[in-house]
Design a protein around this ligand. Structure first.
Ligand code: C5P
Ligand code: MG
Length: 189
């Protein structure tokens, strides 16, 4: 299976690139952020809980997120691969993902690290906030999301680097980044 983690700070383009990747490589897109936002819209119990964390820019507890992931992995058995977008967010989640995939005799094959300057991230998120209606695309929450990213998520880079899976991608435009991603994935296939 072609299981890919799309990695990067908030605003680095994970969702945008995932959409392009699934079209070309026929993978299943799993965006934990999108899943949580749908639960919030439904006013489900999970949504109510998640909203408390998301609106502050904090992370939903690992057990909850890992549980959601486990269910999705079980539901999608006959596919070419997954693209994990916004997950894992912590070392614990990374380890849990490896374990869940190992139990299915598969693994993460590549981690695409989208590298974007912090100023650019903030500009993009503020701009997105004007149209997205997302409760977390405002200056205060953006700052805490960036802090959370640096403190809790960035250590995963080292984790995947040690496994030889980290591929850093830097580009100026959506097309430019996608071209670099396809170059990388085509070489692996
Ligand atoms: O991935 P995305 O940026 O859409 O996530 C939005 C928010 O959802 C995060 O800031 C966080 O509050 C929550 N989230 C989480 N754990 C994840 C993914 C998202 O807590 N694995
Ligand atoms: Mg996203």
């Amino acid at each position: 299976m072609l299981n890919i983690v799309i990695f990067g700070a908030p605003g680095s383009g994970k969702g945008t690139q995932s959409e392009l990747i699934i079209r070309k490589y026929e993978l299943k897109h799993i965006s934990t952020g999108d899943i949580l936002r749908k639960e919030i819209e439904k006013h489900s119990e999970l949504g109510l809980l998640a909203d408390k964390y998301i609106s502050k820019g904090e992370l939903v507890p690992d057990e909850l997120i890992v549980g959601i992931l486990g269910t999705i992995l079980d539901e999608n058995k006959k596919i070419k691969g997954f693209i994990f977008d916004g997950f894992p967010r912590t070392l614990k989640q990374g380890e849990a993902l490896d374990k869940m995939l190992r139990e299915k005799d598969t693994s993460v094959v590549a981690v695409l690290n989208l590298s974007v300057e912090e100023n650019e991230l903030i500009q993009r998120l503020l701009k997105r906030g004007e149209i997205s209606g997302r409760s977390d695309d405002n200056m205060e929450t953006i700052q805490s999301r960036l802090d959370v990213y640096r403190n809790q998520t960035e250590p995963l880079k080292e984790y995947y680097k040690k496994q030889g899976k980290l591929i850093t991608i830097k580009g100026d435009t959506i097309e430019d980044v996608f071209e670099k991603i396809t170059d990388t994935l085509d070489r692996m296939l």
